[in-house]
Design a protein around this ligand. Structure first.
Ligand code: ADP
Length: 494
């Protein structure tokens, strides 16, 4: 199946093609025979046009009362709820995750809209007592100006939505560049904000290649801040460039999230959480469980039960209700997963199940991988590097101290989880684990709008997303001193 549908840019309230000449194919990863459409090829000039539109729209948007901006975001949230099935189907076709996950993502995005719209009524500063007589001191917040958002394919609705919402509520105007693999979903996200009442020029979208469009957005002098979610490599590149150019940068990058199961933990719960965290969304979540660190006393039971859970996974086209796990998003990502399967085998990882492509019947046309579990040594690359596929590395340990040492022995620190019934251990874990989010007796995945989302170490740069921290990233503080005494006091002013 082929389509000549072209995914356009949205600049200054109009849908326009990019000025490049090499569109990118948008392919269904569950069936590579289906070309969904083509991503318009954009250039530095298209980015410049989008930034100029955002600059022109900025004064009026900045002057729009914050609760009025919030109401538009609220209405976008309601529209996302109404459109969850429609956007979910497109998301499944482009990204591959099963329909339930795709619709769940859209509904999740809607809850973030709900929360950020509420924040529009709380964009408060503080009144602070001054040490100078007759002086009224307070703080107030204002937007940054034009901001650039660069987003990945793995949550193509939720991540753009959760960056656009705080940026707009705070009064910024936006240029967004979504991922090449999911242009239709990015378009539907932008359309939904427009339908909710975002004025022309306030939200612009440039589709195209990362190295061209993304880089031009980072370089453009009128873009004051970049919020990026994606690979560790590109994130650190953008951060370095942003620092050189004096820009504010926020990045959410890779992970190697561990789930620890101690001898006193509930094995069945830990198995269910690991299966969901490792194989859900095909392991293509930044919060996916990619390591299980398991006490030797329960290792056999855990492995046996998890292998049964893996055997019950049904890889397949996400539009088919019988499927419980979709494909890798594209051949690049699929190739990376299979390269790691070879690396692990060469390193001596002991396979429990999976380890190869799932290609029976119609699956041969898609990028499916068998859910894979293997026992590994903590020093192996597959125990330390992000794979971003349905591959779980299990490391055996003898006690809590060893478990924490293994958990922390990676360069990432997004999320983690522990299964134990011992309250003292729980508090030691909270104190010692090096992850920005952590769960006790629940899976590594998930994140709520009102709680900070993000990681430590190489995973996170700049303020957290979600919660009031997101608003902090998109606003500038002003500290105001007003002398209402009517005379010059001199003295120790410094
Ligand atoms: P992934 O490997 O998950 O696709 P990337 O970091 O390559 O992650 O992509 C995430 C987003 O960053 C995408 O929108 C992509 O187009 C964009 N991107 C890729 N390379 C660059 C770059 N050099 N500068 C800016 N953005 C980029």
């Amino acid at each position: 199946m082929s389509s000549d549908r072209l995914f356009l840019n949205y600049i200054d309230g109009a849908w326009v093609p990019g000025s490049g000449s090499t569109p990118i194919a948008d392919t269904n990863p569950a069936d590579l025979r289906e070309t969904i459409g083509w991503v318009t090829d954009s250039t530095t000039e298209d980015v410049a046009a989008a930034v100029q539109a955002a600059e022109r729209a900025y004064p009026a948007w900045r002057a729009t009362p914050v609760p009025v901006r919030g109401r538009i975001v609220r209405d976008a949230g309601r529209l996302f709820e109404q459109r969850a099935a429609e956007i979910g189907r497109v998301l499944t076709r482009e990204e591959g995750k099963i329909l339930a996950e795709a619709e769940g993502e859209v509904l999740k995005g809607a809850t973030l809209m709900e929360w950020f719209s509420g924040e529009s009524r709380r964009l408060n500063g503080q009144t602070v007592p001054s040490e100078i007589p007759n002086t009224f001191a307070y703080t107030t917040r204002e937007p940054l100006g034009v901001v650039g958002l660069i987003t990945p394919w793995n949550f193509p609705m939720a991540i753009p939505a959760w960056k656009i919402a705080p940026a707009l509520v705070a009064g910024n105007t936006v240029v967004i560049k979504g991922a090449e693999q999911t242009p239709w979903v990015t378009e539907l996200v932008v359309r939904t904000f427009i339908d909710a009442g975002v004025p022309p020029g306030v939200l612009n979208m440039v589709q195209g290649r990362g190295a061209t469009v993304g880089a031009a957005l980072v370089e453009h002098p009128a873009v004051h801040a970049i919020s990026f979610t994606g690979s560790t490599e590109i994130g650190h590149l953008i951060n370095a460039r942003g620092a050189a150019l004096g820009k504010r940068v926020q990045c959410e990058l890779g992970g190697k999230n561990p789930l620890i199961l101690l001898a006193d933990g509930d094995v069945d719960l830990a198995v269910a959480a690991t299966a969901k965290g490792a194989f859900g969304s095909t392991g293509q979540r930044c919060t996916a469980t990619s390591r299980a660190i398991v006490h030797r006393a329960v290792l056999d039971e855990f492995t046996h039960k998890l292998a049964a859970a893996a055997a019950a996974v049904v890889p397949g086209n996400g539009l088919d209700p019988a499927s419980t796990m979709g494909p890798s998003v594209d051949s690049g990502q699929f190739g990376k997963v299979h390269e790691y399967l070879q690396i692990g085998a060469a390193e001596g990882a002991e396979l429990v199940c999976g380890g190869g492509r799932a290609a029976q019947g119609d699956l041969e046309h898609g990028l499916f991988t068998q859910p894979t579990i293997w026992h590994v040594q903590r020093t192996m690359r597959v125990a330390r590097e992000e794979i971003f596929g349905p591959v779980l590395s299990v490391v055996a340990v003898d006690d809590f101290e060893e478990a924490i040492a293994v958990a922390n022995a990676v360069e990432f620190g997004l999320t983690s989880s522990i299964y134990t019934r011992d309250v003292n251990t729980v508090f030691r874990y909270v104190d010692q684990i090096q992850t920005g989010m952590l769960h006790v007796n629940s899976p590594t995945i998930g994140g709520e709008a009102q709680l900070p989302f993000g990681g430590m170490k190489k995973t996170g740069i700049g303020p957290r997303e979600h919660s009031t921290h997101a608003i902090d990233f998109f606003t500038e503080w002003k500290t105001v001193y007003i002398d209402h005494g009517g005379g010059f006091r001199g003295g120790n002013l410094y």
